[in-house]
Design a protein around this ligand. Structure first.
Ligand code: SIN
Length: 283
């Protein structure tokens, strides 16, 4: 099977595709795996509907891309610690992932990809937005690109949480079962423009959620440019919007995308299973 043998329908002009002729509950042949890898490099977000996946199966699919990671701020499911349950109940007011970010950008080796599987979703709302950070980088002026190419930034797991992130996450009703590990926070330095290890394409690696400041600059000095780049990268023409159904699996490449879980379903439940995949040090 080649990438063109996948039944693939783009979600928007810049990012994302739905694949309708793959059953992920069955073993995949090498050609099928290669085609999915190629499609992920090209589209950055892949969506598979109607998938019957146990937590173990979701971990097995993650293994096709790399080593499943243990998320540091939540306890995983019993038996499959790589799987985190993201449950927003009728009572919860805040959701998980409700701001633009790339998963675990604050780690020295941020997770390269994420698999999110929908178990229960509201009849409307709870969509996820994705932004193509390669397209965003490429659309900047040459002068801005040259300046950013030299910049290093500091990424923090505490930004936006006012410290003690683990306790904040415990306050989400649906995450009350979460038992934070003894790791309280992460801070790492990465290039603001990272190069994709498989395609060689450059992308912006910035977000309001996790980019604390530029190296050797204060937070106040850094904020205007971080905010400008975050807004620029999430212009509609760089994005797509995923509407979830139960049994939808999405896989995305954190090395060249940002995403945002929309919290617009107050009083309703949304239950997801999430697995991330270990990545490399950004270069
Ligand atoms: C996340 O930020 O990884 C979760 C996204 C979502 O729940 O839509």
């Amino acid at each position: 099977m080649t990438a063109s043998a996948l039944n693939l329908r783009p979600i928007s002009g810049s990012i994302g595709a739905e694949i309708s002729n793959v059953d992920l509950s069955q073993p995949l042949g090498n050609a099928e795996q290669d085609a999915i890898h190629d499609a992920l490099l090209d589209k950055h977000v892949l969506v598979f509907r109607g998938q019957e996946l146990t937590p173990q199966k979701q971990v097995d699919i993650a293994r096709l891309f790399g080593q499943p990671a243990i998320y540091p701020f939540l306890k995983g499911l019993d038996g499959t610690p790589e799987v985190n349950e993201l449950l927003k109940t009728e009572e919860d007011e805040i959701n998980f992932g409700g701001s633009w970010h790339s998963d675990t950008a604050y780690k020295a080796r941020p997770d390269m990809g994420t698999l999110l599987y929908a178990l229960e979703v509201p009849d409307a709302g709870g969509d996820t937005l994705f932004a193509n950070m390669q397209r965003a980088y490429e659309a900047l002026s040459n002068g801005m690109k040259e300046m950013l190419d030299e910049l290093i930034a500091v990424y923090s797991s505490e930004k936006g949480y006012g410290g003690n992130r683990a306790a904040h996450m415990k306050s989400l009703d649906g995450l009350k079962s979460a038992v934070p590990t003894n790791i309280e926070s992460f801070e790492s330095e990465h290039p603001v423009v990272r190069t994709h290890p498989s395609t060689g394409r450059k992308s912006l690696y910035v977000s309001r959620s996790h980019t604390l400041r530029f190296k050797n600059m204060t937070e106040a000095e850094s904020a205007p440019l971080i905010n400008y780049l975050s807004d620029f990268a999430t212009r509609p023409e760089f994005t797509c919007r995923l509407r979830w159904e139960p049994k939808t699996l999405a896989i995305w490449d954190n090395r060249c995308t940002n995403h945002f879980a929309i919290s617009d379903y107050a009083g309703k439940r949304r239950q997801m299973h999430r697995v991330t995949i270990e990545g490399d040090r950004p270069i």
